[in-house]
Each structure stands twice: as structure tokens, then as C-alpha cells.
Design a protein around this ligand. Structure first.
Ligand SMILES: [Zn+2]
Length: 289
């Protein structure tokens, strides 16, 4: 019998049941990682029987007015820039409830001016509560796939070249796709492009590099506001395992390293990251076929 699970959203109007806000970026990161772990294992085939996850709310969380009629304050402890993909529900992926996360979602988690403006608002107005900015990519991303297909066959780009809205997404993804191509070529040689799994491999490497590159760009944009009280990290949500992490595994041991991490600080770091993803077990499996 396959495992079953429940996610219960429980509201108690008489008390405050949510945990205290994280005190620093490390605590915020640990809370998101722990929430994702609980979500990921809900459907783990090794989990026997029914599993229940309870997400608790208080009046502030739900945006209900207090006894004096005042509106609740917005108090997220993390801002997340994620993809619009319906398979990646941000609060559920991280096991969080209302008023915990300031979420900006756009196809390909690309950093357009509207997204940057939204995050800038969060950093400027949400005060000391905000401890972390997260860029969250995900495996098999459709927007990254469109950019990869344009890279591999420029004729496809011509099909949507007149569409400024589509180009606004795809154009921003061509740099990580090009970097993914170079990483795969440096790792596996030019013959890799002839492998049946090359397109899928390019997508997965580009997803990781895109999330890291976007996080590094945000770090540059907000450099004057970062420090011991606010950090920027990135991760990739794996649709198959429901884990958030870096698509860098250990051969024979793991396909994925769970957790949120800081982006590279220089070009050499990005080169190393690209090669690490290109040599990870999932990408190696795709290019082996
Ligand atoms: Zn996506």
C-alpha cells in the first residue's frame, strides 16, 4: 500500500503557536531546510503508514485584525524569488505558513526589474524580521527548457522573437544556458552534444547555474544592505524527490546535496560549480545513454 499523508493548517484564535522568528540568517536557513525535509519525506516510500504535518497559524499569520482592530504587520523572515511553475508551491515546499515568506514568482525565476523592485521593497520596508533572501530554481523548468531549445536551434527563437513578454524571460536565461553548454563541453568533450540526453543535461546544469547566478546578482544589487543580519542563498527544488538543494552529488552515494547555499563569489567559482553539476550523477546518467 502506498504511503498517505495529511498537511493540516490549524488555526487557534486564542493563542500563538508559531515558533519564534529566526534570530539570524543561519537560523532562517535551518528553518527552511527543516521544513523542506519534512515535506520531502511525506511521500518517502520508506515511510510506513500515514504521516501528518501540522502547520499552525495565529491571528497575525492569517492577517486578521487584533483585539484593538489594528491590521497585522507583515513580518516574513525570508524573501523567496522562485519560478511560477505550479509544481513548486513555495510555502508548501518549505513547510511554512502565512506571513512567513515574502514570495516573488516568475517563470524561470529570472530577475526582471519588477521582481527586483519587489525584493527591494521587502528589504527596505520589512525591517529586521527579514533574515534571508532565497533564489529557488527547480528541475525540469519549462522556461529554462525554452531557452535551451533556442540555444540548440536558433530557428525556435525566431518563432517567439516578436513577443517581447516571452523574450523578457528567455533572453535572461541564455547566459546560464551558454555557461551550462561550456561546463558540459569542458567536462565531457564536444561529443557530449551528440548524446541523446544532451538536451536534458543542458537543462539541469542551466537550472543550477541560473539560480546561483541570480543569487549572485542579487548579492551585488543589495551589497550595502547585507551583513550578519541578512544573507542571500540559492537552491534547486527537485521535482522527483521534493528536496531543495544543490544538484551536486557524490558518485555512488547521492544524487543531490540538500540545503540552501551561498552563490559563488567569482568567475572561477562559477566555473567550478558548472563542472560540479555537469559531473553530478543525474547529469552523468543522462550523457551516458
Ligand atoms: Zn520553472
Amino acid at each position: 500500500m502506498p504511503p498517505t499523508f495529511e498537511i493540516v493548517y490549524r488555526f487557534d484564535p486564542t493563542g500563538r503557536h508559531t515558533p519564534d522568528p529566526p534570530a539570524d540568517p543561519a537560523a532562517a536557513r535551518h528553518r527552511l531546510e527543516a521544513g523542506n525535509h519534512e515535506f520531502a519525506v511525506l511521500l518517502d516510500p520508506r515511510t510506513a503508514g500515514e504521516t501528518r504535518r501540522v502547520v499552525r497559524f495565529d491571528a497575525d499569520d492569517l492577517g486578521l485584525p487584533g483585539e484593538d482592530g489594528s491590521a497585522p504587520a507583515q513580518q516574513p523572515f525570508a524573501a523567496v524569488l522562485g519560478c511560477a511553475d505550479a509544481r513548486v508551491p513555495t510555502e508548501m515546499v518549505f513547510g511554512q505558513g502565512c506571513n512567513d515568506l515574502f514570495v516573488v514568482r516568475v517563470a524561470g525565476n529570472v530577475l526582471g526589474s519588477e521582481c527586483l523592485g519587489s525584493l527591494d521593497y521587502a528589504l527596505a520596508n520589512l525591517g529586521a524580521h527579514l533574515k534571508l533572501v532565497v533564489v529557488l530554481g527547480h528541475s525540469r523548468c519549462g522556461a529554462v527548457t525554452a531557452a535551451v531549445d533556442s540555444f540548440l536551434d536558433p530557428a525556435r527563437y525566431l518563432a517567439f522573437a516578436p513577443s517581447h513578454p516571452l523574450r523578457a524571460v528567455v533572453d535572461r536565461l541564455l547566459v546560464p544556458v551558454r555557461a551550462a553548454h561550456l561546463a558540459v563541453e569542458a567536462t565531457w568533450g564536444v561529443a557530449a552534444a551528440m548524446k541523446p540526453g544532451y538536451r536534458r543535461a543542458l537543462i539541469e546544469v542551466a537550472v543550477g547555474l541560473n539560480a546561483a547566478l541570480t543569487a549572485a546578482t542579487l548579492r551585488q544589487e543589495f551589497r550595502d544592505q547585507l551583513g550578519p543580519g541578512l544573507e542571500i542563498v540559492y537552491g534547486v527544488y527537485d521535482l522527483l524527490t521534493r528536496q531543495v538543494g544543490v544538484p551536486v552529488g557524490v558518485p555512488g552515494e547521492s544524487r543531490f546535496t540538500p540545503g540552501l547555499v551561498s552563490p559563488p563569489t567569482d568567475l572561477t567559482g562559477f566555473d567550478h560549480l558548472g563542472i560540479a553539476i555537469a559531473t553530478s550523477p543525474p547529469v552523468r546518467d543522462l550523457l551516458r545513454g
